[in-house]
Design a binder for this molecule. Structure first.
Ligand SMILES: O=P(O)(O)O[C@@H]1C[C@H](O)[C@@H](CO)O1
Ligand SMILES: Nc1nc2[nH]cnc2c(=O)[nH]1
Length: 392
């Protein structure tokens, strides 16, 4: 097989798929097989499954002992696929797991179940409501009582937060009598994570027992009636990443989560929107509460004037870089969804040289901090409604 050696030169194997020095391995891309570090079906190998039982050492042992280690072969995608279409790699189960966290687009059901078990067993709780805190809205998780906190880094197979204003913690506890779990930090497409990974925690929530998803975000207000600090209850979205052929549901569908072709009309629960409007009135902020359409762009750059004009023509009221793929994933597995945007900046739709009209993350964070009290109250009161209705 042909690959690149560590000097960048083309290197050729002995023709049966093994490199000359056995320095690249021989485990298949099959999930179960990857977990088994010693499995081998190579003719030259004495490892389990290998046909050369008389050989003194298995490929794995050769690698460990350094036997046959010549030049390091760096495989190319083509060379990896020469073994009957199976990708070969030489990794321990731990290495496979680490790579999955970095690269995996679609997490198998069993891995998500493992993560959910880690959380429910570790916390001793089965939450009913899941909350995703938007940029600067981490305080939504700080109102949770008797919290059990899991740092993302310590949760097996979990990605890590890389954005300021996203602490990277999962908080489980009680809010207004209900058991809730909150993500202090979400994953964005622009961080380099595929969409399925960005919204993988929603499936974890589902397998933890969550029935309601509350997704929050910081967004730019395109609707000219919106002011900075207003809250827009999402009643629909325009999925710009979907227009470009990207979806968190791409790839094989596992019907244990939901159907291959889920419908998305009525994604945002009308009852919860109406309750939130009522809550806004009792809080005396009804003039700052709107119901509108959100659109997610890939980011991390903010939009051009022409893009904002186009979005407005499409009926978009607020624009951000998240939430839509989480909502798609939640609806796919039949969760009830409530989502809102905190309008952290007004989007300019006319050309201007004024610097202060340009969006920036510092402003986004500052507005979120200023409005955290109102956002926390809205969330807490809605959780109370859900909990008391369930109890009655
Ligand atoms: O996580 P959200 O959607 O609240 O964060 C928004 C979008 C970008 O991540 C960031 C831009 O300031 O805020
Ligand atoms: N895409 C986008 N995301 C945001 N998040 C907060 N403000 C904005 C904005 O103006 N545009």
């Amino acid at each position: 097989m042909t690959g690149y050696n560590s000097n960048g030169e083309v290197a050729t194997s002995n023709g049966n798929g093994h490199s000359n020095g056995h320095s690249n391995g021989h485990k298949t891309a099959d999930y179960t097989a990857q977990e088994n570090a010693t499995m081998c079906s190579r003719d030259c190998c004495s490892g389990p499954g290998g046909s050369n039982k008389g050989a003194a050492t298995s490929c794995t042992e050769k690698k460990k002992s350094g036997i046959g280690n010549g030049e390091k072969i760096i495989p190319t995608p083509q060379s990896l696929l020469q073994n009957g279409g199976k990708i070969e790699c030489f990794l321990t189960p731990e290495e496979v797991r680490a790579i999955r966290v970095l690269n995996e687009d679609t997490y198998p059901y069993e891995v998500i179940q493992e993560i959910a078990d880690f959380i429910t067993k570790g916390s001793g709780m089965r939450p009913k409501i899941g909350i995703i805190c938007g940029s600067g809205l981490g305080s939504l998780a700080e109102i949770i009582q008797d919290p059990k906190i899991f740092e993302y880094e310590k949760i097996p197979n979990f990605p890590v937060s890389t954005v300021e204003g996203h602490a990277g913690k999962l908080v489980i506890g009680t809010l207004e009598g209900a058991t809730v779990m909150a993500m202090q930090g979400r994953f964005h497409f622009y961080e380099g994570y595929p969409l399925a990974k960005c919204s993988m925690p929603v499936r974890v929530m589902k397998l933890c027992g969550v029935e309601y998803l509350f997704a929050t975000n910081a967004a730019g207000g395109i609707n000219p009636r919106y002011a900075v600090g207003d809250i827009m209850l999402m009643h629909d979205h325009v999925n710009m990443l979907g227009f470009a052929g990207n979806s968190p549901l791409q790839g094989p569908n596992d019907p244990r989560f939901g159907p291959r072709f889920p419908a998305l009309v009525n994604s945002y629960n009308k009852e919860l929107i109406n309750k939130a409007i009522e809550i806004g009135k009792t809080m005396g902020i009804e003039s700052n509460v709107h119901v509108g359409v959100y659109s997610c762009l890939g980011g991390p750059n903010y939009e051009t004037i022409a893009e904002l004009k186009a979005l407005r023509m499409m009926g978009v009221d607020a624009v951000g870089m998240s939430t839509v793929h989480e909502v798609i994933t939640a609806r796919h597995c039949d969760m009830k969804v409530f989502a809102f945007s905190l309008i952290t900046n007004k989007c300019a739709t006319e050309y201007s040289d004024k610097k202060d009209e340009e969006a920036n993350h510092e402003e986004v964070m500052a507005v979120a901090k200023n409005r955290q009290k109102a956002c926390c109250e809205l969330v807490a009161r809605l959780v109370r409604e859900i909990h008391s209705n369930a109890a009655s």
